[in-house]
Every structure is written in structure tokens, then in C-alpha cells.
Design a protein around this ligand. Sequence first.
Ligand SMILES: C[S@@+](CC[C@H](N)C(=O)[O-])C[C@H]1O[C@@H](n2cnc3c(N)ncnc32)[C@H](O)[C@@H]1O
Length: 466
Amino acid sequence: MFSKLESLFFFHVGNQIDKWEQYLKIYDVELTRFAQSSRPVSLLEIGVQNGGSLELWSALLPEGSKIRGVDIDPQVAEIKFTNPDIRVDVLDGTTDEMLELFQDQSFDIVIDDGSHVSKDIISSFRRCFQLVSPGGLYIIEDLHAAYYESHGGGVHQETSAMRFLKELIDSVHLDYIEQDPINGGFDVELFRPYNQLIGRITFYDSVAVIEKLVEPKTEPYRRILSGTVSTAVDANKWLNALPRGQLATLRLSTKLAGQMDHRLADMVQRLEGACAAAEYRAAVCQKQVESLQQKAVHKDAGQGELTTTQQEHIIALQGGQDQEESSDFSSKKNGTDLHQKPSSRRDLSEQMKRSSDPVQSRRGDLKDECTGPLQIHNQAPRVEAVSALHEASLHHEKTIEVDLHDQLEISKALVRSLQEQLENERVNAQQIIAEMRGKLERSYAAWSSKARALSRLKSSRSVQQS
Ligand SMILES: C[S@@+](CC[C@H](N)C(=O)[O-])C[C@H]1O[C@@H](n2cnc3c(N)ncnc32)[C@H](O)[C@@H]1O
């Protein structure tokens, strides 16, 4: 049996229509809700040719629907239409003139049946998608041409319309595209507006349907959880493993939130404990750094000897050098002894000056080397060795400190997001309880008035009987 559109097409006698056979079923699915609408709708078609398709749309859609067509061919101005709601303009559908002509209008349906050249399809879409009403459709016909070289197409052709549409699919998933090399080259900002406006993209043979959201998406979609029985996967387990971003936006149904309340409270408590521990560790680190700094000042001033651990540290740092040299800490190779004290006050001040002078000193180099294997030249005077050790320790401690602070921040943010979530769920629960209470009170009032009426009836009956 013919569908409504098939009947309209095959029994059509007016201006000529030019479509592919599979399109009738596609349009049947896609346009039913408009065809059955109780209000007139609006449709714009780019590419009129003989005007038959405009008559087909007019016959399918509710009475009073406005049907507009644009075509680059001036001959379309000669086409006669019996229905005054059909109007045609001679215009290039790929240009800004479209926006000028339809500046105060929007359409429930826009169909691109123009040149089918890839760059034209993309240009028209960039301009005319904004003419689609909220919840409306942008339909592109004859996409097989996006595989024809003659039309700027091809499976691997960068500029093909299909390639563009595939990027539109990516734009729908923009919120999940991580900024790392694997997604490199994707222009997130170019596609952001489409992310907020596109509800779906459906592909048929040669036809793509892009539906505009009824309301633009302003926030990424959130994960939601309902139901209180979790037999296979305990919510507790994955809740702990959930990435922070998702945890912060997770929505629970009120019942589940009630059940999870104590679990979340436990989690908050544990995290607060972890925060306190991290804070304590950071404080200990700070103290260690300070005491190392003090020790270094003493050593730089030539006071006191190196401790055994510090000596071992220096030997270890020399590990990359000649085994014979590094195994003999006090060897006098090349005439320099690491244990040798500066011979005079002048020597000491010279060495200290060198170790604190950013140009002469090896400190800067050593600091950089801290991240890789650190090497102290065997000929380095003792002050330099101590200074290097100090730098190495400082660097190491600072790394730990930074790490701890990161952990601390993460823990704190997690605590904050959980607390916010808890607060939201509590507010939700209170609202629902208030609503339930209202309902109960109303039904109680109704029930008690019924009960009163019943008892009045009973007592009047007993009076009659007596
Ligand atoms: C496939 S026909 C349209 C068929 C018609 N929609 C139908 O279903 O019977 C393509 C039409 O697009 C028009 N066209 C080509 N490039 C165009 C452009 N840039 N802007 C508007 N119309 C264009 C051509 O002149 C031609 O009439």
C-alpha cells in the first residue's frame, strides 16, 4: 500500500518533481510529525528546478503552510503555481543573500537540493542552519555526489561534504573530546555552536537529516542514576572510581540519594581525613625544606663537616662517572681533593662568590640536571659540591611539596563537589517531602469530608429506621 507521500508523488500531475525513489520513505518518516501537525508549518527548499517538489510539500503539509524555494536559475521565476502559499526567489543558496532575504524568518524544514557540489553544500549549511526553527530539520539530498570527484567529493577528500558532516558528528560529542594529540587538528571553537544546537544527525542512503534542539544545550549532559538495588555492580565501588568531573555533576534520583546519603557522608569523612593527612605531610615537608636551607647556609659558610649521608649522596651523584674516580671519594685526581678545606679566607670567599654568581656558578646547570642524572665534576671545590647537594635536596623536597599540594587541592575539590552534591540532594529531598506532605494533607481532607458525609448518611438512616 502507498504511504501518503507515495500517493501524492505518483498521482501528482503539476510541475515536474525530480527525486530518488528511497527519498519518499525517508520523508515519510521524517516529515510525519509536521504533516500531522495541527498548525501550518514552513519549508524552504534550495534548488527548485521545475518547482514540482514545492507542490509536493504543499500537498503533504497542513493547510496554510508556507513553502519557499530559491534557485540560481532565473527561469524559475517563470514557474506557475496554483497555490499562493508557494513562492520562489532567484538567489544563490550558498551566499549571505539567503540571510538577508530571510532575515526575520525561520523554517521548520530546510531542504538543500541545490548544486550538490561539496563546497556549496557546506556553504549553504553554514548559512542556512541558522534559519531552522528550534526542533526543526535541515535535510541534505543527493549526498552520493559527495563521493564524486566532479562534485568535489571522495572518501578521502578533505573538502568533501561527507567529511564535513562527519565532523558535525564529532561536534555533537565535543564535550568528550580531550585536548590531547589523538584529537589534534579538530577546531573545537569552530564547532562549538553546532554542539549547542544539534540534537541528532541521521544518515540515510544519500540523505542526511540534522535536527536542531528545541532548546540549545548550555551545559554538558550529566550522568544520572536511579533505582536502589545494585546486585551486579555496587554503586559504592564505581562511585569511588568515578572521575572528579563526573562525580561533581552526577545526579541521583531522590530515593537513591537518600540511600546513598550515608555512603557519601562516609566518603566525605574519609576525604576530609585524607585532606588533613595531606596538609600534615605538606607542613612536614615545609619544615624539612627550612631545615635543609639552614644547614646549607652553615655548610656554604664552611662551618661543620659533611655528614656521612651527605657524603654518600655525593658519591651516588658521581655514579655516572669513571668507577675508579667515584669509588674513591677523597682521591686527589687532577690535584683536587673534595675534602680539602679552602686554604685561606680569600680562597673561601672566592669559592663562595663563584657558587653564588649566576654566571660563574654551576648551580644553575645543576638545578636543571636535577631532573636527569645529576653529575658533580670531580674537580668541583667543596663549596660547590655542598651547594649542589643542597640544590638537589631542595629540588627533591620541592617536588614532593608540589605533589602534595596538588593532591591536597584535588582532595579539597572532591570534598567541595561532594558537599555541594549532598546539599543539592538534600534540597531535592526536602522539596519532594513537602510535595508529598501537601498531597497527603489534601487526600486526608478529601477522605475526612467523605467520612463525615458517610456518618451523616448512616445516622440519618438509623433515625429513619427508629
Ligand atoms: C536537483 S535540482 C532541484 C530539484 C527539485 N528540488 C525537485 O525535487 O524537483 C537542482 C537545482 O538546484 C539549482 N541550483 C544549483 N546551484 C544552486 C545554488 N547555488 N543556489 C540555488 N540553486 C542552485 C539548479 O539550478 C537546479 O534547478
